[in-house]
Design a protein around this ligand. Structure first.
Ligand code: HEC
Ligand code: HEC
Length: 226
């Protein structure tokens, strides 16, 4: 491991001491409030394009100008905590989260860039998904709710599934992306930064992962609408 990567690991590890708690949602509200009082990158970047401008030029084509992507396999970044975003950029750059497109992007980023883009992502308010063409299937939603409670999804991702700190917002994420990424944790293809998700899904039958993806994508809580 490079010295720089080791530095990163300890930085992220220190930040992760605040780990997983049922207050994840509340923590994120605090983060949003702080972000609202600090315009992104105003102090750090006197010259050159801001990270908002660089996001528009480099990332928006795939992730959407407001962070709500339209492609079902490209995750929504709007409403994602900055600590989660920086951890994932780090994993892509180190090749520990496999995805060609994102690894190619992440390899061009310096540590300062990863911080700048992640801080900017942390300022993007959550955007509700477009209204569904057909109303959610009540039986599948009920099944998803039972599974989510049983497997403690709310415990770590918060009562609104809005995440916080290094735990991602999952409410309103694209169903297809959720479907694939849950399978990735299940098969070990996506190892995760910690074992949290691998452990959470390892005992869940694959067909139940589909019910969870269906439910989370349509989650009716405040996060979907906020
Ligand atoms: C060519 C399209 C493309 C571009 C350009 C792109 N991304 Fe991505 N990004 C993706 C895809 C696809 C994924 C999901 C990868 C996977 O399935 O593991 C992703 C994942 C991510 C994630 C992890 C999100 C999550 O929910 O886990 C972050 C953070 C991210 N991108 C940030 C950025 C930033 C910042 C930029 C610009 C510097 C950028 N991306 C440019 C396609 C792109
Ligand atoms: C012990 C805490 C914990 C539990 C329980 C948990 N998660 Fe997670 N989840 C996390 C963490 C931490 C991450 C970030 C993964 C990493 O390490 O890179 C994550 C990541 C995810 C992601 C990836 C999001 C993205 O944008 O790529 C999805 C989807 C997800 N969790 C869904 C669920 C579901 C559904 C459940 C319930 C079956 C669940 N999680 C239970 C902690 C947890």
């Amino acid at each position: 491991m490079t010295k720089r990567a080791a530095g990163w690991l300890s930085w992220v590890a220190a930040a992760m001491l605040v780990v997983v708690s049922p207050q994840a949602g509340a923590q994120q509200k605090g983060q949003a409030a702080r972000a609202a009082g600090t315009p992104p990158a105003a102090a750090a970047k006197p010259a050159g394009p801001s990270y908002a401008e660089r996001f528009a030029g480099l990332c928006a084509a795939c992730h959407g100008a407001n962070g709500r992507s339209t492609d079902p396999l490209t995750p929504v970044l709007a409403g994602q905590p900055s600590l989660y975003a920086i951890t994932q950029l780090f994993l892509f750059r180190e090749g520990r989260r496999p995805n060609e497109a994102m690894t190619a992007v992440a390899k061009t980023l310096t540590d300062d860039d990863m911080r700048g883009f992640s801080d900017y992502i942390g300022t993007l308010p959550a955007v509700a998904p477009p209204p569904p063409a057909t109303p959610p299937d009540a039986a599948r939603m009920a099944r998803g709710q039972v599974l989510a409670e049983h497997h403690k999804c709310f415990f770590c991702h918060g009562p609104a599934l809005a995440g916080g700190q290094q735990v991602p917002r999952i409410a309103g994420q694209h169903e297809q992306y959720l479907h694939d990424t849950l399978r990735g944790f299940h098969s070990g293809k996506r190892p995760g930064y910690t074992q949290a998700m691998t452990a959470a899904v390892s005992t869940i039958p694959v067909e139940d992962l589909d019910a969870l993806a269906y439910f989370v994508a349509r989650f009716p809580g405040p996060a979907g609408g906020k």
